[in-house]
Write a protein that binds this ligand. Sequence first.
Ligand code: NAI
Ligand code: MG
Length: 499
Amino acid sequence: MNIHQPIRPAKPAFLDGKAKKLLIGGKWVDAQSGKSFTTKNPATGEVLDAVAEGDAADIDLAVAAARRAFDGPWGRAKPAERQKLMLRIADLLEANIAEIALLDTLDMGMPLAFSNYVASGPVVATFRFCAGQAVAIHGETLYPSIPGDVLAYTLKEPIGVVGGIVPWNGPAFNATWKIAPALAAGCTLVLKVAEQASLTALRMAELCQEAGLPDGVLNVVTGYGETAGAALAAHRDVDKVSFTGSTETGRHIIRASAGNIKKLTLELGGKSPNIVFDDADLEQAVPGAAMAAFGNSGQVCLAGTRLFVQRGIYDEFTARVADFAKALVVGDPLDPATMIGPVVSEEQLDRISGYLAAGTAEGAEALAGGARLTEGALANGYYVPPTLFSGVRDDMTIAREEIFGPVISAMAFDDIDDVVQRANATDFGLASGVWTSNINVANKVSRRLRAGTVWVNGYSLMDPAVPFGGYKMSGYGKESGSAHIDEYLASKAVWINTL
Ligand code: NAI
Ligand code: MG
């Protein structure tokens, strides 16, 4: 392991030691209760800053501000005006990539190389893609067959006030996936960010204001899920909620939506299969399989955590993935050489440690990793090494539940029928991977997998043009692609009787 002192980027001016406020109706305000809570750097356990502890009272104010903004000029803004504004936001984000990335790294532990990639790539690209979509929204002209001179057309209208509830696993990106489509569609948004990592979204909101976003179009409330999140999910004047997070909390969101029959987009958990056939190009498949599960310390909804390897190459392949895992630099996320940073919090560390213990207790063997790292500088942070469990059975806890840590559960399979049946034998259906040099195998398996995404000879490929979303208990609705904007639009049929 490589533990040295890197050149540290200067602390962002945004972290000025003053408690961060809520953005409501264009004003930065304290929580009504006056309360705040601290947010920590998971690499060191040190407090970074305090943020306001919003709750139901603040959500009420934010929803009212969002409603006023929706009923005001923003609700009637021309698509081209929204596009222009979004392109300005994208330019400002691009000009501030280093700071956005650094806030993600400090607040949730994502290695700087990765947070820089996310901020400069997907974040900016999504704003620009959605800006393009804003001017491409259109309905249909229809010709009903009933008697008379009747014409009908559909109008696509913004759905109204949206609640966005996001997790901590990629603060800049998660905020982007709620803000950009909402603005493109002409909605207004109340964004409830994750209590573990609130800072990046607050800075992004400042940049949106600087770009000229009208007051109340974007409101950001920091606070806990059970209070602020639950209030937003249940609010009678919120037309739609877009939620990303655990399946368990997804169920709460569904129940809370019943009061006013809210529309929902749910991007929930996963336990995605990554399938390696014996004819795969192993030079690509070894790092591909490793990083499918270890990237961002496995704190990724789409992580390929169930590694199915065809029996003939199983021992060689798992040994090579284990060697790859051991060679990954684990450490200070500010060090540009670091590949694996800490996990986000002590709570997540404990949760992952529980799964590591369960894996061993149920009879799996850790070929790499297996327990928390506590050497030297790593002792104060929440570090879990990339772990590969071999000899996993389908019924083991580590093969069934989402761990959300850098952990692969490897299993051998015999043929297509065997692996497809086992890959699909899960409650989840978010993503999947297939590694083979045989186009017919790739094609057959892709069609039979019950998951919203299949990657062939690659993993984690994402692009604003391509829709993403789950089957089964991984949720419903799409993010990314033109379908993303559709989730924020209502369709109205207008009939014209031209008698
Ligand atoms: P979570 O799903 O509870 O939290 C996500 C967001 O929902 C946060 O903003 C939280 O404040 C909010 N929230 C929590 N309870 C709520 C409620 N009753 N009503 C409305 N909003 C609520 O996830 P958490 O607790 O951070 O992580 C626990 C586990 O969930 C992880 O270990 C992981 O397995 C899974 N998870 C999966 C994610 C994914 O993208 N697949 C993302 C985050 C967590
Ligand atoms: Mg939770």
